[in-house]
Design a protein around this ligand. Structure first.
Ligand code: PHE
Length: 451
């Protein structure tokens, strides 16, 4: 048998999977969606979805990966040879490309902003100046491209060292750092004057804001945030040791995902509200609102360095999991060396990432229907590719993979989790496919979009 990498310990596995899961989605999307959709009620819905739907999907991916001990495309050809299921694997690899293309651009921005923070370039600037400098940076074209390329080089340097010596080793250091920095920032934010308003925005339960679309938003957010539906968890699952209890890994990771998401909200919103600014989401929140606040806050210089460093960690540990999906496929299926696979992938992403960066320039021609390539990559992956991928993955795990095999993977040959397994399998076979279908039909507008 060929030698394959694997994660050496439970902590290593949780750190690596957690590194993939915890990313930009937790920092700039979750807090805002939660605030807009009923606060604590949304968080409860999100938590239920994570445990009832996302963890079973994650366990399906882990099982497929570990049963096959192969990359996300090879896993399907090994478990269902001669069938068309391999296309689910190919689609996942394509999705990894699409996500990486815009994710690396943001990773590059985090790099640039880290530099600006270290050089103390936000201090003493007016909000207009900060906006002009951010817009100028994005519109400049070549500067974002250079940072995107640097970010890709940093990510590839980590995975070049392999699964255990690269991915596991770095995520084991970086994830605890991210957690501690974020906790420190949240505590600091909570001591600011007027912090309660931010806490109320994030946590105050408001049932009137909950509607059918809230649940669907929580679902979509959970898929992206838990890195589901595109093979990252199949690939990482294939690196789980045979004796690893995947249910525990899944539960720990889901808890970390939500904890970090809430902590980000507690780090960001009290500060935003305490300075009387309206919250926003996405790049604007992180690259405009926050620098504005850092420029006015005492200790803002240090805080901005901490924040952009943690944003950088969140982005890079997710980006290495995306790269690994492609690299594992190339080494195992196309039989090229890891070094070469990484070089080819990095080059391709440098090109697509640069195109995404260029599409952000005002009046760029890289747009379709008024949407920039960057936004298209974002919505294509999270609204279409990932839900569809997750649908086919659970159908495969629930209906194609033999029940005994699925059970052996999830319960380590009946060593634990025996009572919960039938519940998970029921969810995978019947409930989750229907729920994803509803989400998907709503997202492509077949219901005319729920209110
Ligand atoms: N989960 C990551 C985030 O929240 C994004 C991601 C999606 C990473 C899919 C890997 C695979 O930012």
């Amino acid at each position: 048998m060929e030698k394959r990498g694997s994660f050496g310990s439970r902590f290593g596995a949780v750190a690596a999977v957690g590194g993939s899961v915890i990313g930009l989605g937790n920092i700039w999307r979750f807090p805002y969606i939660a605030g807009e959709n009923g606060g604590a009620v949304f968080i409860l819905i999100y938590l239920s979805i994570s445990f009832l739907i996302s963890i079973p999907i994650m366990l399906s991916e882990f099982s497929i990966g570990r049963a096959a001990r192969r990359n996300s495309m090879g896993a399907f050809t090994r478990l269902a040879p001669g069938t068309q299921w391999k296309w689910v694997g190919y689609a996942g690899i394509l999705t990894a490309f699409i996500i990486l293309s815009f994710y690396c651009v943001i990773g590059g921005w985090a790099f640039e902003f880290l530099k600006e923070s270290i050089l103390n370039q936000f201090q003493g600037k007016t909000p207009d100046q900060i906006e002009a400098s951010f817009k100028g940076f994005v519109a400049c074209g070549w500067r974002p491209i250079i940072w995107t390329v640097l970010f890709i080089i940093a990510s590839t340097a980590i995975i070049l060292a392999g699964v255990q010596q690269g991915i596991e080793r770095y995520t084991k250091i970086l994830m605890p750092i991210l957690f501690i920095l974020l906790l420190g920032m949240a505590i600091n934010s909570l001591t600011l004057e007027g912090a309660q308003k931010g806490v109320a925005f994030l946590l105050k339960p408001d049932f009137s804001k909950v509607s059918g679309s809230t649940v669907l938003q929580a679902l979509g957010q959970s898929f992206f945030s838990m890195s589901l539906g595109m093979g990252a968890m199949i690939t990482y699952g294939s690196y789980l040791r045979k004796e690893e209890k995947m249910m525990k890994v899944g539960a720990l990771v889901a808890l970390s995902d939500i904890t970090v998401a809430i902590l980000s909200g507690l780090a960001i919103f009290p500060a935003v509200f305490s300075f009387g600014i309206n919250p926003s989401s996405g790049p604007d929140l992180v690259f405009l609102t926050l620098p504005n606040i850092f420029s006015q806050m005492s200790g803002g210089h240090l805080l901005s360095i901490v924040f952009f460093f943690l944003l950088f960690i969140a982005a890079i540990t997710s980006s290495i999991s995306l790269l690994e999906v492609i690299v594992a496929y190339m080494t195992e299926e196309l039989h090229i060396t890891r070094k070469r696979a990484i070089a080819y992938t990095a080059t391709a992403i440098c090109i697509t990432g640069s195109l995404c960066a260029l599409s952000m320039i005002p009046d760029s021609i890289l747009t379709i229907d008024g949407k920039s390539l960057f936004d298209l990559c974002d919505s294509l992956s999270s609204n279409i590719m990932m839900p569809l991928g997750a649908l086919f993955i659970v159908l495969f795990a629930g209906w194609v993979l033999s029940p005994i095999r699925l059970r052996n993977e999830m319960t380590n040959h009946l060593q634990y989790g025996i009572t919960i397994f039938p519940v998970i399998r029921f969810m995978i076979r019947f409930v989750i496919p229907v729920v994803i279908l509803l989400l998907f039909l709503n997202q492509v507008g077949l219901f005319g979009r729920l209110p």
